[in-house]
Design a protein around this ligand. Structure first.
Ligand code: BEZ
Length: 209
């Protein structure tokens, strides 16, 4: 099944490194960074788990709960976490779900047969507190993800919700943002009293906190 931005993230209940976990209940009022990786006890995945654990405070600041998945058992995940902690200098606390039977990976379209028939590619689903999928990314097995980019897209999504703006290429927090073309100049004057710059009639930039 292919999932799209705006779809409700399919709920599931499964074993995990913190015991039985149901996605929607566990997420509560938080955002979720749900990500798959090919396998426990593999090198790139070990660094990604380390990066996720290292950024625990950054995720928490944004009200985001990380949730990992591979097509391994919770017992295998728990054994592997010891390696992650000892080699990456972290204390990994976020859960990793058991998907040894590939039910969730298949439902979330994380199995790409040309990469592997049994292991998940590196998928990312950013899920908002209404359980809507707000962003997806798919990386091949050979490429470890960029965690600065993951935090950046979460910042952009949350700013869009808060301030009704969109963000340009290579935006980072504090940079100029864009007023959506659907907002008239008249409404923009009321909504952005700090002013805005009209570069083109459809490209108007401003700054928001
Ligand atoms: C890794 O995490 O290192 C990895 C896993 C599967 C295929 C290639 C790399």
């Amino acid at each position: 099944m292919s999932l799209h931005i705006g779809d409700t993230a399919p709920d599931f209940t499964t074993d995990s490194t913190i015991g039985e976990l149901s996605l929607h209940d566990w997420a509560g009022d938080s955002w979720v960074f749900f990500f798959s990786h090919p396998a426990d006890f593999t090198p790139v995945c070990t660094t990604e788990m380390g990066a996720t654990a290292r950024n625990a405070d950054e995720f928490a600041k944004r009200n985001v709960k990380p949730l990992g998945l591979s097509t391994d058992t919770a017992e295998e995940h728990r054994a592997w976490i010891a390696d992650v902690n000892s080699t990456q200098g972290v204390d990994l606390q976020f859960p990793i779900v058991d998907d040894a039977d590939m039910t969730i990976a298949r439902h979330y379209d994380m199995i790409h047969p040309d990469e592997s028939e049994t292991a998940a590619v590196r998928s990312v689903f950013i899920i908002d507190p209404d359980k809507k999928i707000r962003l997806t990314m798919t990386y091949p097995m050979s490429v470890g993800r960029n965690f600065a980019e993951i935090l950046r897209v979460i910042d952009s999504l949350q700013l869009a919700d808060r301030a009704g703006v969109v963000t340009p290429a290579d935006w980072t927090p504090g940079g100029d943002v864009i007023i959506p073309p659907s907002v008239s100049d008249e409404d923009a004057k009321a909504r952005f009293p700090q002013g805005f710059k009209t570069v083109l009639p459809y490209l108007r930039t401003t700054r928001v906190d």
